[in-house]
Design a protein around this ligand. Structure first.
Ligand code: FES
Length: 101
C-alpha cells in the first residue's frame, strides 16, 4: 500500500444509497440528481482537479437525507435539496480559495 495526500482541496460526497427494505434513503430525496448538478457545476466553474464530487453509500443518517459531506473539512449537510446546491458550492469555493465566479 502506498499512502499519499489527496490531490483535491475537498471531496463532496453525495449519498445516493437506496435501502431495499423501503426505509428512507437519500436516493428518495433525489440525491442522484443533486450529485449530477454538483458535478456539472464543478466542471462549469473550472474546479475539476481541485474539487471532486463522488457518490457514496449510506453514511448512517438516512432519515436526515439526502446527506452531503464535504471532506476532509467535515462539513455535513442534511435534508439537501436542489435549492441548497449553491450554498454547498459556496462552501467549496471558500475551501479552495477561489474568487467570485
Ligand atoms: S441512505 Fe444516505 S445516509 Fe443512509
Amino acid at each position: 500500500m502506498k499512502k499519499v495526500q489527496s490531490p483535491y482541496a475537498c471531496h463532496i460526497f453525495v449519498c445516493t444509497n437506496c435501502h431495499d427494505d423501503g426505509e428512507k434513503s437519500c436516493s428518495h430525496g433525489n440525491s442522484k440528481k443533486i450529485r449530477e448538478i454538483l458535478k456539472e457545476e464543478v466542471r462549469l466553474r473550472g474546479w475539476k482537479g481541485r474539487v471532486r464530487v463522488s457518490e457514496t453509500g449510506c453514511m448512517g443518517l438516512c432519515t436526515a437525507g439526502p446527506n452531503v459531506l464535504i471532506h476532509p473539512q467535515n462539513i455535513w449537510f442534511s435534508n439537501v435539496g436542489e435549492y441548497d446546491i449553491e450554498d454547498i458550492l459556496n462552501h467549496a469555493k471558500t475551501i479552495i480559495g477561489l474568487s467570485a465566479r
